[in-house]
Design a protein around this ligand. Structure first.
Ligand code: HEC
Ligand code: HEC
Ligand code: HEC
Length: 432
């Protein structure tokens, strides 16, 4: 989270610029509603294609607060500027988009402007959706018009001043929004690469979680896919996958993205879990293409570098007492599933903890989240389930456990400040 004071100052500066622009850009014309609700589901092939675009774009995840009412909105998105609620995109004529003509829908995705002309907040990833093709947008529209209408008025947002003043988004758009379809690169590339780039940069909006953000919540220039903090989870860099202890391969990436599990890297948890669940429903060739594009962003693998013996010695000294306590906790709470002889390893093909990016990362956040919240799994493979330990372990015990896992499994120096970070994360996680 950005410190509120600093943020306030920056915001005021931007407010000045934005107000100037506001006069020119902040009020967009309203697009007349359709007199009768848009026709639904006539072209079944178009609807089916739209559904697949929606899976890649994760539309349902953000636009569903109640599983029984898909796309009816109301899902809170926690941003550094306050809480924004997604809106109803079912074809309900009064509270949803049932009377939106296609050009209003296209303008929302390309420019972040609602049908009545108000500006939308970039928590809605229109800076990526703008890159989609007209035909994909039309298919999405046809699909959404075919889902069950739900009456659900928009939930008011809870944003801090001055961000609760929507016209300010005009300033943000002027600074950061590049509208329009993704342009082809100036070199020749394979069809799979081109398709992967189109999906990653557009509908799949991977960078919105995996790229560091500036103080105004825009992706930092020149740092694409370098990793980011999102919903208090650490979304790891996607431009160093070949620098993992076991470098990722194309096949492992496809497995991970389609099933949420890569045998030599770990399971998708937190905000990544729904992404993999939706990609599991997308065409396999699209996931293959995403992997092709991502693999092309990787640096060559680093030559293996044994840790210097001095570093090794100081690690064990620092951690020994703590790591012995952690080892005892591990034996009682975790080894039943995670020890090398544990049955789960055979059932689920669970990765060795030492290879898990969660433990080799520079940040302890995802490991803390996993230990506190466990890993829910709604699919059929029960073997992926990990129970939550928030009520079982206190902050110092989590610290001891992770010290043990870092030194004994990941062979890395212990993380600093784990107790304090654990206490902070406890306050951020949803209460059961
Ligand atoms: C990361 C979460 C997120 C994802 C993913 C997402 N949306 Fe949204 N969307 C939002 C939020 C939040 C808003 C409301 C923004 C506001 O009120 O300023 C919104 C608003 C909209 C609106 C404008 C509705 C209105 O009444 O003005 C449309 C249309 C829309 N989304 C369509 C989509 C489609 C189609 C997809 C998938 C391709 C999608 N969204 C994916 C979060 C998301
Ligand atoms: C809503 C935010 C979000 C979006 C969108 C998202 N990711 Fe992630 N991703 C995460 C988080 C958080 C993690 C860490 C999860 C964990 O620890 O299990 C992660 C983990 C990963 C990993 C594992 C990396 C490693 O080193 O273990 C890969 C690969 C990945 N994401 C690829 C993608 C791709 C490709 C896309 C776009 C199709 C994408 N992500 C979209 C949040 C996101
Ligand atoms: C009931 C079985 C079970 C227990 C008990 C359990 N885990 Fe897990 N754990 C899992 C599963 C399943 C996964 C996710 C998928 C996988 O790794 O196969 C997982 C994943 C993890 C990961 C991340 C590895 C990855 O997938 O990237 C860590 C770290 C972890 N567990 C630590 C612990 C710790 C520490 C404890 C004890 C406090 C513990 N687990 C107890 C089943 C369990």
């Amino acid at each position: 989270m950005v410190k509120a004071g600093k943020l306030g100052l920056i915001m005021l500066g931007v407010a000045g610029v934005a107000l100037a622009c506001a006069i020119r850009y902040a009020w967009q014309p309203s697009i007349e509603p359709l007199l009768a609700p848009a026709p639904t589901g006539a072209d079944t092939a178009l609807v089916a294609h739209g559904e697949q675009v929606a899976e890649v774009g994760d539309c349902m995840y953000c636009h569903t607060a109640n599983r029984e009412k898909p796309f009816a909105g109301g899902m809170p998105l926690d941003t550094p500027f306050g809480v924004i609620y997604s809106t109803n995109i079912t074809p309900d004529p009064d509270t949803g988009i049932g009377r939106w003509p296609l050009d209003a829908f296209t303008r929302a995705l390309r420019e972040g402007v609602s049908r009545d002309g108000h500006l939308l907040y970039p928590a809605f990833p229109y800076p990526h959706f703008t890159k989609m093709s007209d035909s994909d947008i039309a298919a999405l529209y046809a699909y959404l018009m075919s889902v069950a209408p739900v009456s659900a008025p928009a939930h008011p947002n809870d944003l801090r001043f001055p961000l609760n003043f929507r016209p300010l988004v005009a300033g943000w758009n002027l600074l950061y929004l590049k509208t329009g379809e993704l342009q082809p690169p100036d070199r020749s590339e394979s069809p799979a690469w081109l398709r992967g780039r189109y999906l990653v940069e557009g509908a799949a909006h991977c960078a919105s979680c995996h790229t560091p953000m500036n103080a105004l919540g825009a992706e930092k220039n020149g740092e694409a896919f370098a990793g980011n903090l999102i919903d208090s989870w650490n979304a790891p860099p996607l431009n160093a996958l070949t620098r993992a202890p076991k470098p990722w391969t194309h096949t492992q990436l496809v497995d991970y993205l389609r099933t949420g599990l890569a045998s030599e890297h770990g399971a998708a948890a937190g905000p990544m879990l729904p992404v993999t669940q939706h990609l599991g429903n997308a065409p396999e060739s699209d996931v293959e293409a995403i992997a092709t594009y991502l693999m092309s962003l990787q640096p060559p693998p680093a030559p293996a570098q044994p840790a210097s013996s001095r570093e090794k010695a100081s690690r064990t000294d620092d951690a020994s007492a703590q790591s012995i306590r952690g080892g005892t906790l591990f034996a009682s709470s975790c080894a039943g599933c995670h020890a090398s002889e544990a049955p789960m390893r055979e059932i689920g093909g669970s990765p060795a903890l030492g290879l898990s990016s969660v433990l080799t990362s520079d940040s302890p956040r995802d490991a803390i989240h996993l230990v506190l919240q466990g890993n829910p799994w709604n699919g059929s493979a029960t073997a992926h389930y990990m129970p939550p330990f928030a009520d079982v372990l206190d902050d110092d015990q989590v610290d001891d456990l992770l010290a043990y896992l870092r030194t004994q499994y990941a062979q890395r120096p212990v993380w600093k400040d784990v107790s304090r970070t654990t206490a902070a994360i406890r306050k951020e996680i949803p209460q059961p």
